[in-house]
Design a protein around this ligand. Structure first.
Ligand SMILES: Nc1ncnc2c1ncn2[C@@H]1O[C@H](COP(=O)(O)OP(=O)(O)O)[C@@H](O)[C@H]1O
Ligand SMILES: [Mg+2]
Length: 310
């Protein structure tokens, strides 16, 4: 077999490298119909002027939680001004001030200069009263709020907006990838009296689902023929083993960068292996952090046995 011609130095394998970016919102959200329907069902009352339902979204990293919420929120934003969805990354915003600034920024179109919480909350409420809109807040990676001790106060204030102002309480979708944490039992008594969340579960994607999702990403991001079918199958299997779809996206990107760096027009299995050795440890570390104590103890025992040749 003859080798395919090499790339010229000014040629690239990437049609659009941004589609491999962690914040990229896919054009098509596959295999998350059930979860999308559950969220739509909770939002539905708000579209008719009522109070939206609340949810806890739970599942290991890389199961599409953030993508599903962002897709649903984008649809709501397109469809109506009566419900204002605000997505908050709590890893980056876990103080009360930061969270309220995000909400105000979205609602008002600018971030208030004030550092006084009451002023900012007043501004948010005034806009909701003026427009008659209902707030829908996603607290993504809400475990960071629990760690910062702001989870209960925020939920309390958001769900009981009606106590101080003539507005509906917000709908709250709290999300976590930390399976050791139960976001419902973290809520204290006063919060639980108004927080009756519907639990939406995200299980890891099956290999065939991963294959399909990665196939679409490859089509959007790379030129035709860059990733041969067998190589994509290999990436899908490795991704299923890791249980995190992000691993697959990073592997495709890393392998294509390597092939391009060597002037080749096609990604090989060797590129995938090389990309996985660069990638491996942080992903595995994140997955180990999500294990329960029992699971981790078991993992240590297995590791010890294998080190001692058992
Ligand atoms: N069903 C899907 N279809 C297309 N892309 C997806 C899908 N689920 C996840 N992704 C992609 O995988 C990556 C990780 O998904 P994400 O929603 O951030 O996972 P989680 O929030 O559960 O950790 C994102 O880059 C996203 O674009
Ligand atoms: Mg996420």
């Amino acid at each position: 077999m003859t080798n395919p011609p090499l790339l010229r130095h000014d040629q690239t394998l990437f049609r659009d490298i941004d589609v491999f970016d962690p914040t990229y919102l896919p054009l098509h959200l596959a295999h998350r119909d059930a979860q999308t329907r559950e969220l739509a069902y909770l939002i539905d009352p708000a579209l008719r002027g009522g109070t939206p339902g609340n949810a806890i979204l739970r599942g290991p990293p890389g199961t599409g939680k953030t993508t599903t919420v962002r897709t649903v929120f984008a649809e709501v934003e397109k469809a109506t001004g009566k419900v204002v969805p605000v997505y908050i990354n709590c890893r980056q915003n876990h103080t009360l001030l930061a969270v309220y600034r995000c909400i105000a920024g979205h609602l008002l179109g600018y971030t208030p200069r004030s550092r006084h919480l009451d002023d900012i909350r007043e501004g948010i409420a005034a806009r909701l009263v003026e427009t008659g809109a209902i707030l829908l807040v996603c607290l993504d990676d809400a475990n960071y709020l629990v760690a910062a001790d702001t989870y209960n106060i925020l939920l309390y204030q958001l769900l009981r907006l009606y106590e101080r102002w003539d507005v509906r309480g917000a709908g709250v979708f709290a999300v976590t990838s930390d399976l050791r944490l139960n976001l419902y039992t973290e809520a204290d008594g006063p919060v639980r009296s108004v927080f009756h969340p519907h639990e939406v579960t995200f299980l890891p994607y099956a290999t065939t689902e991963i294959r399909e999702i990665l196939g679409e990403r490859v089509q959007q991001g790379l030129y035709p023929g860059v990733v041969p079918r067998g190589v994509l199958d290999l990436i899908a299997r490795m991704t299923a083993d890791a249980g995190d779809i992000r691993v697959g996206i990073d592997l495709v990107r890393g392998a294509a960068i390597r092939a391009e760096g060597e002037g080749r027009r096609r990604v090989t299995r060797g590129d995938v292996t090389a990309a996985s050795s660069v990638l491996g440890s942080p992903v595995l570390a994140a997955r180990a952090a999500a294990l329960s104590e029992g699971e981790r103890a078991l993992l240590y025992r297995i590791a010890e046995q294998s080190l001692s040749g058992g």
